[in-house]
Unconditional design. Structure first.
Length: 129
């Protein structure tokens, strides 16, 4: 029994050592949360993201809910996601940073000389099991 415990401890230690230090976060999956428009007027809304990450490439869709989505394309650099979404209106640019389980940051757009801005705070959608 002692020999078995020693072997299990060695296997566990070997697995921990084999894990890459600072392994990159995979942002693939569904995220949702607050989309607070701050300019030109404040308005609370929602954002729903369906992200696919392959290396530094980021694709997927974004919109106000799971049913209303537009394609997105961008990049991942460490914990920073930079992407663009072509909505029915203007092209919306996002810069989000991952921390404490949240994707937080800014969205901006411009249409007919008017600038729009929003704050984003999204979390992974919990799957019902």
């Amino acid at each position: 029994m002692a020999r078995l415990m020693t072997r299990l401890a060695l296997v566990a230690w070997a697995l921990l050592v084999a894990l890459p230090v600072g392994a990159a976060q995979d942002f693939s999956g569904k995220w949702s949360g607050a989309f607070v428009i701050t300019a030109p007027e404040q308005n609370d809304d929602f954002i729903y993201l369906n992200l696919t990450q392959k290396g530094k490439e980021l694709t997927g869709t974004a919109g106000p809910n799971a049913e209303r989505q537009w394609p997105l394309k961008g990049t991942v650099d460490g914990t920073t996601l930079t992407f663009e979404v072509q909505s029915d209106g203007p092209l919306v640019k996002f810069v989000l940073t991952y921390a404490d389980g949240h994707l937080k940051g800014d969205a901006s757009a411009e249409r007919d000389g008017m600038k729009f801005a929003a704050k984003v705070d999204a979390q992974r959608v919990k799957m019902p099991f």
